[in-house]
Design a protein around this ligand. Structure first.
Ligand code: DGY
Length: 319
């Protein structure tokens, strides 16, 4: 059996695939593979491990009908045309559950970094602008006892909420399509309408999938409904906020700060104004990037691939 991998995955997973007599071809270039190149690379493969935002769209899927399985190196699957995959009966699997703690850590890190202008302070030193102790500069906002608003309280949102409650005794409010009874019971999370969530949150953290409903949900109109001292955190997908509106909202002090692990587009341009703002912290989509989590993700990928190649039901299907 042959499998194409469009990037790097944990070595232990490669070894397991090889132990199962799978012949691997990997994309090793320093740029994302294009859809045309992907179609070409997968044309005589039995399986495909998709690393990064490869467009698994109708063009790709129709040209790759022979694939026995596609395993995503992510929990998010907004890059997949699920309806077409379903119609063509191509099993597609993801990596749910294993990256919740690491991604929530990243959201927490960004929240704290923004609240204390940490990235700006670091840049001040590296730019050679730290000239004296100045007590009236780089003043942050304390988090203790504040209200955390979670937009999308699933596994990752719940991990983030638990951390905020444990560290800062934050009150947790949330908005979801459906109520999260576990969170309501475990951490007394309070369900609010979307507008109430915006009005009450001191920190608003996004943990929802990118869908047609959530695309650019956070626009100027929405930022205007938030508190002027609110912090916006997005570790989910860059497409959920409108980046130009976010820049404007920060410049015009409609909101106080923002922490982003995801941007639109990715990679972000090095001259993007967000990178030069005091109360902004940006990371290059490293939400789940820990050794432990990458290994766990790769473990689920191997399970999906082996099951798919054997014609069995894959254990972590997206549909
Ligand atoms: C995920 O798992 O969806 C991460 O964002 C990596 O893409």
């Amino acid at each position: 059996m042959k499998v194409f991998i469009s990037g790097n995955i944990a070595p232990a997973a490669l070894q397991r695939l090889e132990e199962n007599n799978i012949s691997i071809t990997q994309w090793n270039e320093d740029r994302q593979i294009t859809t045309d190149e992907l179609i070409e690379a997968c044309k005589d493969q039995d399986g495909f491990i998709s690393v990064g935002p490869n467009k698994i769209n109708a063009d790709f899927l129709n040209a790759s009908k022979h694939l026995k399985v596609i395993a995503l190196h992510s929990v998010g699957f907004d890059q997949v045309d699920v309806e077409v995959a379903k119609k063509l009966n191509i099993p597609v699997g993801n990596t749910p559950g294993v990256l919740s703690a690491a991604t929530a850590d990243t959201a927490f890190l960004l929240m704290l970094a923004v609240s204390r202008k940490a990235f700006f302070g670091y840049r001040k030193i590296t730019d050679g602008n730290w000239v004296k102790y100045e007590p009236a500069q780089e003043l942050g906002i304390e988090l203790n006892g504040k209200t955390l608003g979670v937009f999308g309280l699933g596994k990752i949102g719940l991990e983030m909420a638990k951390k905020c409650k444990a560290a800062y005794n934050m009150k947790v409010v949330y908005h979801n399509r459906s109520r999260n009874e576990v969170a309501e019971k475990e951490i007394a999370a309070e369900y609010l309408s979307f507008d109430e969530l915006l009005a009450q949150s001191d920190v608003l953290t996004v943990h929802t999938a990118l869908t047609s409903e959530t695309k650019e949900k956070f626009s100027m109109e929405v930022f205007r409904k938030m508190k002027s001292n609110a912090i916006f955190i997005n570790t989910a997908r860059g497409g959920i906020h409108n980046e130009q509106d976010l820049i404007k909202a920060l410049e015009e002090k409609v909101i106080w700060g923002a922490g982003l692990d995801v941007t639109n587009p990715e990679p972000m341009d090095k001259n993007n104004p967000l990178l030069f703002m005091e109360s902004v912290a940006v990371l290059p989509h490293i939400g789940s990037a820990t050794e432990e989590t990458r290994e766990a993700m790769a473990g689920l990928i191997v399970e999906n691939i082996l099951a798919g190649l054997n014609g069995e039901k894959i254990p972590y299907p997206i549909y």
